[in-house]
Write a protein that binds this ligand. Sequence first.
Ligand SMILES: [Ca+2]
Ligand SMILES: [Ca+2]
Length: 80
Amino acid sequence: MTKFIALALGMGALATTAFADMSTMDANEDGLLTMDEVQAAYPEVTADQFSQIDINGDGAIDDAELTTAQEAGLMPASEG
Ligand SMILES: [Ca+2]
Ligand SMILES: [Ca+2]
């Protein structure tokens, strides 16, 4: 039983790290991703894509916008 729980927790951790999260890309740790920060992780993301991801147009991607973009396939959800 204990092994099963440990396995489940391990799988959960793997699922989490499969997603490029805010803290991974947020170089200055302000809770927002700028174009530079996104492109540092994903050079293939263009300015056009960035503006689609930046739903409220404030020039930065917040956690909700990041999640929305990944769910919509606008941004790679994993590094592999
Ligand atoms: Ca930032
Ligand atoms: Ca925004």
